[in-house]
Ligand binder design. Structure first.
Ligand SMILES: Cc1ncc(COP(=O)(O)O)c(C=O)c1O
Length: 436
């Protein structure tokens, strides 16, 4: 085992040197053989297989990798992932992860407090934001006695598609997602929310505030939404997959102000903080709601001191993803967290400033995401495809989301290796492409 790991690390060392010079997207892709060989492979052959995998993969290490919310991974979190696999503990039950179950509860309690959810708040990790959202909404429904009943959900028109998925999982029709229009800044309009709620005839399982929309990074007005929910006795869920990490920083908490008034909240350290995937959590003001909703209980395990991980969410067997989050945060320290947030916001500001004089529609945003399209009507589809290719030819990868029916280009500035040089090249390329 140790010899193999050492060989893998040596091999990775060589690849890591090269990664910053390899473009984000691979050229041609050669798949390794999929079936096991008749006899087991030695370390050298395994490394040859891995070489093909790495050469055909998306490369987050290149400074031009700025298309999505997938930055290069935090180094300590990669080590945490390795140790996690080596320990092979199981977060299903306390006896299979005695320390790690406690570590998860403690760390999530600390994070929940830090985000303002209160002293008794806490939660559970799950494999990605979508599963966390589903966990939160199933809990909201159960806690309000709405299981098996028709119920609806309110969210901004720019909310993430995981809400639609959650409704499907919960057996509710797509129309149960009531989309509230946003204002010009991309934030849900609380007056329209209030009006719509006043006319609602079905039970409302939750109002969702998005703290960082996927395409433009807008943060809904959580304070006014929390006021509305309090007045009407409604469950407030904050989808903080992207933006909630601002609450861990010292200088950007105001961007997600009042987030701590949520009943439930999701956060993805795998995005902006770069903790190796998957790293996501659902936090509740009253975490007992998780066990109330999901405990079956696990009759084949020794009783847990608090509640088994497997009784607190959708997943049963689950890796100890807390290890890489904990180790990653320990490595970053407060200073490192602040630097990551500052750096990304600064790069986004520089890109915005560079693009501002160009004939573009540049929707505003509150975080480290910049999206835009040409102001000339009708040209977005072909222009964005052509321009994305021009950028890719220079090792710069932006994405091409469909926003309100029109293709945009989008840059996420969470990659700490992206420098002013790459941002200037993006601006120059967009400028040249617009004047073709
Ligand atoms: C706002 C928002 N919520 C939820 C999600 C879902 O997260 P995941 O992809 O980890 O399931 C995303 C993903 O980008 C997102 O942007």
């Amino acid at each position: 085992m140790v010899a193999l790991i050492r060989q893998a690390v040596t091999w990775l060392e060589g690849w890591h040197e090269e990664a910053r010079t390899q473009p984000p997207l691979p050229g041609s892709v050669t798949l390794p053989p999929v079936a096991p060989a008749p006899w087991g492979l030695d370390a050298t052959s395994l490394m040859e297989d891995l070489e093909l995998v790495v050469r055909g993969s998306y490369n987050p290490w290149h400074p031009g990798a700025m298309a999505h919310l997938d930055p290069p991974p935090n180094p300590a979190s990669v080590v945490g992932e390795l140790v996690c696999a080596w320990l092979n503990n199981n977060m299903l039950a306390e006896e299979l992860s005695p320390l790690l179950s406690q570590l998860e509860r403690r760390l999530l309690r600390w994070i929940a407090r830090r985000l303002g959810l209160g002293d008794s708040a806490g939660g559970v990790m799950a494999s990605g934001g979508t599963i966390c959202t589903i966990t939160a909404l199933v809990t909201a429904r159960h806690q309000q006695g709405l299981d098996g009943r028709q119920a609806c959900l309110y969210a901004s028109a720019d909310c993430h598609s995981s809400l639609a998925k959650a409704l499907r999982v919960m057996g509710l029709p797509a129309a149960a997602l009531r989309l509230v229009p946003t204002d010009a800044t991309g934030r849900l309009d609380p007056h329209l929310l209030e009006q719509a709620l006043g006319k609602e005839t079905e039970p409302i399982l939750a109002v969702v505030a998005t703290a960082g929309t996927t395409i433009r990074g807008a943060v809904d007005p959580i304070g006014p939404m929390a006021d509305i929910c309090r007045r009407r006795g409604l469950w407030l869920h904050v989808d903080g997959a992207i933006g909630a990490v601002c609450g861990l920083g010292q200088r950007h908490q105001g961007r997600v102000a009042h987030m701590g008034r949520a009943d439930s909240l999701t956060m993805n350290p795998q995005k902006w903080l770069g903790i190796a995937k998957a790293s996501a959590m659902v936090l509740l003001r009253q975490p007992q709601g998780l066990a109330d909703t999901f405990a079956t209980p696990l009759a084949y395990m020794e009783p847990a001191r608090v509640a088994h991980g497997g009784d607190c969410g959708l997943q049963g067997t689950r890796p100890a993803e807390v290890l890489k989050l904990w180790l990653g945060l320990r490595q970053l320290g407060q200073q490192g967290i602040d630097d990551l947030l500052d750096g990304a916001l600064h790069r986004a500001q520089v890109l915005r400033q560079g693009l501002a004089p160009l004939p573009l529609i540049l929707p505003s945003g509150d975080l480290h995401i910049v999206c835009f399209r040409p102001s000339a009507a009708g040209s977005s589809e072909a222009w964005s495809r052509h321009t994305r290719q021009l950028l890719l030819d220079q090792g710069l990868m932006l994405s091409r989301p469909l926003y309100r029916g029109t293709r945009h280009l989008k840059a996420v500035l969470g990659n700490p290796f992206t420098g002013m040089e790459q941002i200037a090249t993006v601006v120059d390329t967009i400028s040249a492409s617009l004047s073709r």
